[in-house]
Design a protein around this ligand. Structure first.
Ligand SMILES: [Zn+2]
Length: 110
């Protein structure tokens, strides 16, 4: 008895969240990179060059990361507060929040 299943699975690249430590698909995570100029940027496209760290699209993980200074340790650089703010905005903006009515979405072209 030997049923051999040839699995034609697409390669799913898993990345680990620096907050909760769970491994998830890249598309479920937000990438934060350190550019060669030592700048920290939130890479929403996942295509920028630089050393990257990942975090779930979740405010809880953001809090964890802040507490543990996980991004700092991972990227070996100080994370400016504005980077956390940018992440927080993105996470809150993408989640379904029924408490506050959206005050108009300003979309930038691009
Ligand atoms: Zn996480």
């Amino acid at each position: 008895m030997g049923t051999k299943n040839t699995v034609h699975a697409r390669k799913v690249v898993l990345r680990q969240c620096t907050g909760c430590g769970q491994r998830k698909e890249k598309k479920e995570l937000i990438r934060i990179i350190k550019t060669p100029e030592e700048n920290i940027e939130v890479d929403f496209t996942g295509k920028k060059n630089g050393r990257g760290a990942y975090i779930c699209n979740s405010v809880e993980c953001l809090e964890l990361v802040k507490k543990k200074k996980a991004l700092e340790r991972s990227l070996k650089v100080t994370i400016p507060e504005e980077v956390y703010e940018e992440l927080e905005k993105e996470m809150i903006g993408s989640g379904e929040c029924e408490c506050t009515p959206s005050a108009g979405t300003g979309r930038k072209g691009g």
